[in-house]
Design a protein around this ligand. Structure first.
Ligand SMILES: [Fe+2]
Ligand SMILES: [Fe+2]
Length: 260
């Protein structure tokens, strides 16, 4: 069994990296494409367990061709069994109709958002599995509620085999142009905080929701925390991130500051 311990300078930005591989189970980061100005960068992940696939927030319409191309380096599309969408935002879910058309997978979406899917042009909901507020299981993943972090109906996915937590927008960072890196640990957490702060203060609902999340996640055996934007936490970066979030004032805590 092995976890990716490459330095940031060694990461294959274009093709992605195996974050975990034990021979029969892999957790894969699918790489970054070239970004257009004004578009937030996203992370897509693929789990391959005994040659069957699970996609985690495979992204919107814009990056669909790039994600398909990287996924098929590891697995045939017909072997994808599960696709997880953590919440309703366009960067997460606007690709749902396309993923439904190119795979036979069951698509897991928070129950709260299922009634909005027909607005994407989806009329057949037979492969859409609404995730109840309390969470569920999906393949090797435990789907854990993280409501109001930031969406009112939000879930994260803990892969029990690799012990990697897919964290949706929680832990997102927004990079300055030409300065992105894949991993955060105890050595670069302090600088990284500055890239997370703006997003978390404005998009997360409240410190109450943050503390609830941190308390829940601390109970897991965590090897990496992998967000949908920004960098992946490993080593000492994991607890530094959870401590930071536990003390964050955000959303309704600072509503007068936000509203000016
Ligand atoms: Fe979001
Ligand atoms: Fe997002």
């Amino acid at each position: 069994m092995s976890y990716c311990n490459k330095a940031n300078s060694e990461v294959d930005i274009e093709n992605g990296e195996l974050l975990y591989d034990d021979g029969t189970h892999k957790f894969i980061w699918l790489g970054w494409g070239r970004l257009e100005t004004g578009m937030i960068q996203t992370n897509q992940y693929l789990i391959v367990d005994n040659n069957k696939g699970t996609l985690l927030d495979p992204g919107g319409i814009h990056i669909f061709p790039k994600v398909v191309s990287n996924v098929t380096k590891f697995i045939d599309l017909e072997d994808i069994e599960y696709i997880f969408f953590s919440h309703q935002d366009p960067d997460v879910s606007s690709g749902i109709p396309m993923w439904l058309s190119v795979t036979n997978a069951n698509v897991y979406v928070p129950e709260l958002w299922v009634r909005f899917l027909p607005h994407f042009g989806i009329s057949d909901l037979s492969r859409i599995k609404g995730i109840p507020d309390r969470g569920t299981t999906m393949g090797t993943c435990e789907i854990i509620p993280a409501h109001f972090m930031h969406s009112p109906g939000e879930h994260i996915a803990y892969d029990s085999k690799s012990k990697i937590l897919f964290n949706s927008d929680i832990g997102a960072a927004v990079f300055p142009e030409n300065n992105s890196y894949l991993f955060v640990d105890e050595n670069n957490f302090q600088e990284h905080m500055g890239l997370m702060e703006g997003f978390h203060k404005r998009y997360l609902a409240s410190s109450n929701a943050c503390k609830y999340y941190v308390n829940k996640v601390r109970g897991l055996d965590l090897k990496m925390i992998a967000p949908q934007h920004g960098s992946i936490f490993r080593g000492g970066g994991i607890n530094m991130f959870l401590d930071w979030l536990n003390n964050l004032q955000c959303g309704s805590d600072i509503i007068s500051e936000i509203s000016g």
